[in-house]
Ligand binder design. Structure first.
Ligand SMILES: [Zn+2]
Length: 97
C-alpha cells in the first residue's frame, strides 16, 4: 500500500471527509483522492473495516445520489439538470461497530 493511501485511511478513520478535504489535508489533487478510494475499499476490507459513504446530494433540489457505486462526484443532477452537487463524503469504521 502506498503512503498516501495509508494517510487517507488514517484521516478517514478520524473524521468524515469529502475528496476536497482529503486533497487539502494531504496535498494531493482532488481527482487523485477519488482515484484512491476504490483501492482503499479493498485494502480496509482485508483489515476488517468498511468505508461508509454519505451520498452526494444536489444543492439545488436536494436530489440524493443513492447508488453505492457512485463514489465519484456526479457531474450534474438527473432531476433538475443543475451542476451544484455536494460531493460524497467518506468515513472508515470498524465492521463490527
Ligand atoms: Zn437537482
Amino acid at each position: 500500500m502506498t503512503t498516501v493511501r495509508k494517510q487517507i485511511i488514517e484521516l478517514l478513520e478520524q473524521e468524515e471527509c469529502d475528496a476536497r478535504m482529503i486533497s487539502q489535508r494531504l496535498g494531493i489533487r482532488e481527482k487523485e483522492a477519488y482515484d484512491h478510494i476504490p483501492h482503499i475499499i479493498r485494502s480496509i476490507s482485508a483489515m476488517g473495516k468498511k468505508l461508509t459513504l454519505t451520498a452526494a446530494q444536489c444543492m439545488s433540489c436536494g436530489y440524493i445520489f443513492r447508488s453505492r457505486e457512485k463514489v465519484f462526484k456526479p457531474g450534474r443532477c438527473p432531476a433538475c439538470k443543475k451542476e451544484r452537487i455536494e460531493p460524497p463524503r467518506f468515513k472508515i469504521t470498524s465492521r463490527t461497530s
